[in-house]
Design a protein around this ligand. Structure first.
Ligand code: DQA
Length: 150
């Protein structure tokens, strides 16, 4: 594993999360993705991580990013796959290749919404799962990953 990879926490966002700020604020709050990433990066920096962020609306591009992380390594991965959470075995299979600890984070409470959102096809791959806490859920995930790595 490359030295910088060893210390890097990746913050991955999937489909439709670039619409944060204007998308259903009653579920997802009013932060834009840029604002959310900055806040999580600042929090993670305080825990000693270097942070890199990646967003895509294309499933294949997320698969490629996960392959890259499987190849070069990472300290930890936080992923909010958006709707892919509920059905994408392609994302699941690619995530399975990543050896770093994984946190699955959702801004909204996926257990308390529509029936179809309750199912996560990546749940058993995650060391940490947080949902329904908005940006605070990401801070919680960073802290839990830092604790798991210490
Ligand atoms: C989400 C929840 C998903 O059900 C939804 O499709 C999203 C966002 C969340 O952060 O609450 O796009 O992952």
């Amino acid at each position: 594993m490359a030295d910088d990879a060893l210390n890097t926490l990746w913050l991955l966002h999937g489909v439709n999360l670039d619409m944060l700020g204007s998308r259903a604020p009653e579920h997802y709050g009013r932060l834009t993705l840029d604002e959310l990433e900055s806040q999580v990066a600042a929090h993670a920096a305080g825990r000693g991580f270097a942070v890199r962020c990646f967003h895509t609306n294309n499933e294949g591009d997320m698969v490629e990013k996960l392959h890259e992380l499987a190849r070069v390594g990472a300290a930890a991965v936080i992923i909010n796959p958006g709707a892919w959470t509920h059905y994408s075995y392609a994302i699941r299979d690619a995530l399975e290749l990543v050896t770093a600890p994984i946190a699955e984070v959702h801004l909204s409470d996926i257990e308390a919404r529509e029936e179809w959102r309750r199912r996560s096809v990546i749940a058993d791959l995650a060391t940490v799962r947080v949902s329904g806490k908005g940006v605070d859920g990401y801070f919680e995930a960073v802290d839990a990953l830092a604790a798991a790595l210490s």
